[in-house]
Design a protein around this ligand. Structure first.
Ligand code: PLP
Length: 482
């Protein structure tokens, strides 16, 4: 693709600049003045629009391509939820407007949405209270671990010094625990991909502040001994933390609060109608059991007996502010619209399809990967690409080959405890044809790995830039064109 400068041709500007008379000597010191006017590209307005539209199409996006990036839940999000979040009645509200002003109801609708969103998340997770403030999954984790610390502090549990995290956890779990001042004790996975129970029993003691579990975990495996783990942790007055970032695997099927979890965060920007990725705004609300309610961040949305809503700040044991006002409001509105439009049955259908799609894809790919044993997974699954090594091909080559064939690559080299890991999450929003096409293309790539491995080493060849030296790009970053 041509650069915009290469499209320039003299005398064809898209914008007419009016010249403004400013006295140079007064306004701008001469050392800051250019000696000659800047060389801006001269391109007509229509061509500028086409140029940037064409550039935007070079991106992969869920609106254009299948995006099976494991652990990230890159799924289609209903445009209706987007429209709800863009209603002027919701976007034009300022959080500093009075909640009840001369009988006015300027922010009552927004507060009602917040309140109902909290109530629905409580219903879905089986936890008593929610805060909507945290702005990301990791932010929710930090909030959750701070709640743990506040609880232990209040209970006089001074000996608590560590948090147990299995090695299959998302990297943010140990990071959040450390940031909140705890040591992290890592437990290896057993052959089924679950936290090794014996190692866990050995690590658990009176000094354990809590355990952070992802369920299903990063291997897409549901830990079948959760209740035993919860009971053991509660016996030493520890707290159970549930990483619910990938809640589309289980919502409607079971409630973390009902099997013994005390704290849980959800990633609304994965499972609840906000696109994930690109570093955009997110929301990681945190739910807790009743005994942790006093420590939740302020403000809290309260419903008064006459049916109006107020923001409540008077919580003496609260951990304080986690985010300004009440979090990323637009993301919360999307989640609200999503839950209301799907209803209970719809949410259950979502997780059923997420798990069905993953199992279908896993089963179809299993034989291509040379995996003999059929096993069930949750919403995502992991394969080892070790079998390709004999052809001198790595899963990086497979990922690049997929790009040439119109698919975003799955997650590779994660989780770390599987060599040449390929982690696939189809999500509930893909149809059968797309899944079948993906399998066909994977098959084609594996055949190519055998017949012509070099062709894969050269991939991608259809993109504006070919294979990048990623290590050099990270270590020797150059951010200008010079
Ligand atoms: C994505 C994810 C997180 C972190 O969420 P962020 O919003 O990226 O901070 C935490 N845990 C799990 C299991 C995840 O998949």
């Amino acid at each position: 693709m041509k650069l915009i400068y290469e499209k320039s041709s003299p005398g064809r500007p898209g914008v007419q600049m009016t010249s403004i008379k400013i006295s140079e000597s007064e306004e701008i010191p001469s050392r800051y003045l250019r000696s000659a006017p800047p060389e801006l590209p001269e391109v007509s307005e229509a061509e500028v629009v086409r140029h940037f539209t064409a550039l935007s199409r070079l991106n992969y996006s869920i609106d254009t391509h299948f995006y099976p990036l494991g652990s990230c839940t890159m799924k289609y999000n209903p445009k209706a939820c987007e429209a709800a979040a863009n209603l002027p009645e919701l976007t034009e509200v300022h959080p500093l407007w009075p909640q009840l002003w001369g009988g006015g109801m300027l922010t009552q609708g927004s507060l009602a949405i917040l309140y109902r969103t909290e109530r629905m998340l409580s219903e879905i997770t089986g936890l008593d209270e929610f805060t909507l403030q945290p702005m990301a999954g990791a932010h929710g984790e930090l909030t959750g671990v701070m709640l743990m610390a506040a609880y232990h502090d209040d209970q006089g549990n001074d000996q608590k010094d560590h948090i147990i995290v299995p090695d299959s956890a998302h990297g943010t779990n140990p990071a959040s625990a450390m940031l909140a001042g705890y040591d992290v004790v890592t437990i290896p996975s057993d052959e089924k991909g679950m936290m090794d129970f014996d190692f866990f029993r050995e690590a658990l003691n009176e000094k354990t502040a809590g355990v952070m579990l992802t369920c299903p975990n990063t291997l897409g495996v549901f830990n079948t001994r959760i209740r035993e783990i919860c009971d053991a942790v509660h016996a030493v007055d520890g707290l159970m933390y549930y990483d619910g970032a990938n809640f589309n695997a289980i919502m409607g099927r079971y409630k973390p609060g009902e099997i013994g979890f005390d704290i849980c965060h959800l990633n609304l920007h994965k499972s609840f109608a906000t696109p994930h990725g690109g570093g955009g705004p997110g929301a990681g609300p945190v739910g807790v059991v009743e005994k942790l309610r006093p420590y939740l961040p302020i403000s809290r949305v309260k419903r008064r007996t006459e049916g109006t809503y107020v923001l409540h700040y008077d919580e003496p044991k609260s951990i304080g502010y986690i985010a300004p006002f009440y979090g990323n409001f637009g993301i919360l509105v999307r989640a609200y619209a999503y839950m209301v439009s799907l209803g209970k049955e719809g949410l259950l259908g979502t997780s059923n399809r997420a798990v069905l799609n993953a199992n279908y894809l896993r089963e179809r790919l299993r034989l291509l990967f040379g995996v003999e044993k059929a096993e069930r997974c949750m919403h995502e699954f992991v394969f080892s690409g070790d079998f390709l090594k004999k052809h001198g091909v790595h899963v990086l080559d497979v990922a690049k080959g997929l790009i040439d064939r119109g698919f975003h690559p799955p997650t590779i080299y994660f989780p770390l405890n599987v060599s040449e890991a390929v982690m696939i999450e189809p999500t509930e929003t893909e149809d059968l044809d797309t899944l079948d096409r993906f399998v066909d293309v994977m098959k084609e790539i594996f055949e190519l790995a055998e017949s012509d491995p070099n062709a894969l080493h050269e991939a991608p060849i259809t993109t504006p830039v070919g294979r990048l030296d990623e290590v050099k790009a990270a270590k020797d970053m150059r951010l200008s064109c010079e």
